[in-house]
Design a binder for this molecule. Structure first.
Ligand SMILES: CC(C)(COP(=O)(O)OP(=O)(O)OC[C@H]1O[C@@H](n2cnc3c(N)ncnc32)[C@H](O)[C@@H]1OP(=O)(O)O)[C@@H](O)C(=O)NCCC(=O)NCCSC(=O)CC(=O)O
Length: 403
């Protein structure tokens, strides 16, 4: 019938109105750690004592050298003497220990996640039942149903919550989860996505050898939660966009599959960190950034020092590599170095700590009437080697809906 809406028209117009109007934005960020703190200058003694390897004096000296160069002052760890007394198999490479690790992680990883998520929801200011999507990223899970379902129940999220679990994305897990959250928020009007990353080195801790010593020296426990939604936001002060997520991309560095890796074995997760990682990231980062800015119409890349930076502090040498190759002023990676110093590398959760620190610093500088860069970049790295990039921006007034 001429003039009458067809079924296809209805479907098409529904699809059109399904999209959000504004770009996705971060609406709240929270973090959590276990209570137990291990100072980095005491870690060698603690770890070689815990693993009963004090006789490996050369390796212990090597760890001391790595600790001194790590840029880390302390890490948070659930791990301790009591746990190893109850589960001595964890530090014995000849005994299966995956069950014990997975059982403890099932409770402890969830606890950290729940606490971070509750804080993020409180900061966001809306009821937990308004969350429409949940993305949970971890390398510390071995079960289904997994942490996503348990967390949804603990938080009282709606039964129709759309859940996704990301597993073994390593240190890029937080970046990947945030990119997915952006896609979900922008493609589903009114969606509010809770991103949670929770990591525990209990899954990987083992007796020392030359291949695992760097990982044992830099990784720590932590969880982060971020709420993402796309505008326009009600301008009644309840929802406050902190950072706009303008563009997101994922790059892999070809031929580097073996340089960062993780594998679940009967004796826990074994990771691979090659000495080439800082150089590989240094050689590839500039092009990723140029491509990211081209994707939003900048044919010439911006001056890197005109941006604010939220970079995953995979290791001190990685931050040095990025700072060196992009010729960044030292203040640009200050938030990343702060997180590395205070917490170590908490794998996928780390980027949420960095974003929180960037936000805190920007708010402080705002209060002191200092001019803020409008544009910024989030970078996270993981197995692949994968680089996750998000172009960030100070929230623009068009994000806010006038009441
Ligand atoms: C480990 C460092 C702090 C060491 O500092 P420097 O490089 O300045 O010091 P250095 O060269 O004297 O190295 C100190 C000692 O560590 C050893 N060493 C360095 N890198 C090593 C590696 N990958 N594996 C084994 N040993 C290593 C050196 O041989 C040296 O031993 P000796 O003293 O005997 O000569 C740094 O290299 C660093 O930050 N590296 C990056 C770590 C990394 O790959 N992080 C990514 C994590 S993965 C991630 O974030 C993503 C994910 O997990 O998914």
């Amino acid at each position: 019938m001429p003039g009458a809406a067809t079924e296809d028209d209805t479907v098409d117009s529904r699809r059109y109105t399904q999209h959000a109007q504004g770009p996705a934005a971060i609406l709240a960020i929270s973090t959590e750690n276990p209570t137990n703190i291990v100072p980095q200058d005491e870690f060698g003694g603690f770890y070689f004592g815990l693993t009963k390897c004090d006789h490996l004096t050369e390796l212990k000296e090597k760890m001391k050298r790595i600790c001194e160069k790590s840029g880390i002052e302390k890490r948070y760890m659930h791990l301790g003497d009591e746990l190893i007394r109850a589960h001595p198999e964890i530090i014995d490479k000849n005994l299966p220990s995956l069950d014990a690790r997975a059982n403890i992680a099932a409770t402890e990883v969830l606890k950290l996640a729940e606490s971070a998520a509750r804080k993020a929801i409180a900061e966001w200011g809306r009821p937990a039942t308004d969350i429409t999507h949940l993305i949970f990223s971890t390398y510390s899970g071995c079960r289904a149903p997994s942490y996503d379902l348990q967390l949804a129940s603990l938080l009282g999220l709606r039964p129709t919550i759309s859940r996704t679990i990301l597993s073994l994305h390593g240190c890029s897990g937080g970046g990947r989860a945030l990119q997915l959250a952006k896609e979900l928020a922008e493609n589903n009007r009114g969606a509010r996505v809770l991103v949670v990353c929770s990591e525990m080195i209990l899954m990987c801790i083992t007796s020392p050898d030359v291949t695992n010593i760097v990982g044992q020296t830099i990784f720590g426990d932590g969880a982060g939660a971020v709420i993402v939604g796309a505008g326009p936001f009600d301008n009644d002060g309840v929802e406050r966009p902190l950072l706009e997520m303008v563009a997101a991309s994922q790059n892999m560095i070809p031929g580097t599959e073996k340089e960062i890796g993780m594998q679940i074995t009967s004796t826990g997760i074994v990771f691979q960190l090659s000495m080439k990682v800082p150089k590989l990231i240094r050689d590839n980062i500039q092009q990723c950034l140029i491509d990211a800015f081209r994707s939003i119409g900048n044919s010439d890349p911006p001056n890197w020092n005109d941006l604010f930076w939220a970079v995953h502090p995979g290791g001190r040498a990685i931050l040095d590599s990025i700072e060196g190759t992009l010729q960044l002023q030292p203040s640009k990676l200050a938030a990343s170095r702060h997180v590395l110093r205070e917490y170590g590398n908490m794998s996928g959760a780390t980027i949420t700590f960095v974003l929180d620190e960037v936000r805190r610093r920007r708010e402080k500088e705002d209060g002191q009437q200092q001019q803020q860069p409008e544009w910024g970049v989030m970078l996270a790295f993981g197995p692949g080697i994968t680089i996750e990039t998000i172009v960030l921006r100070t929230p623009q007034p068009r994000c806010l809906k006038e009441n």
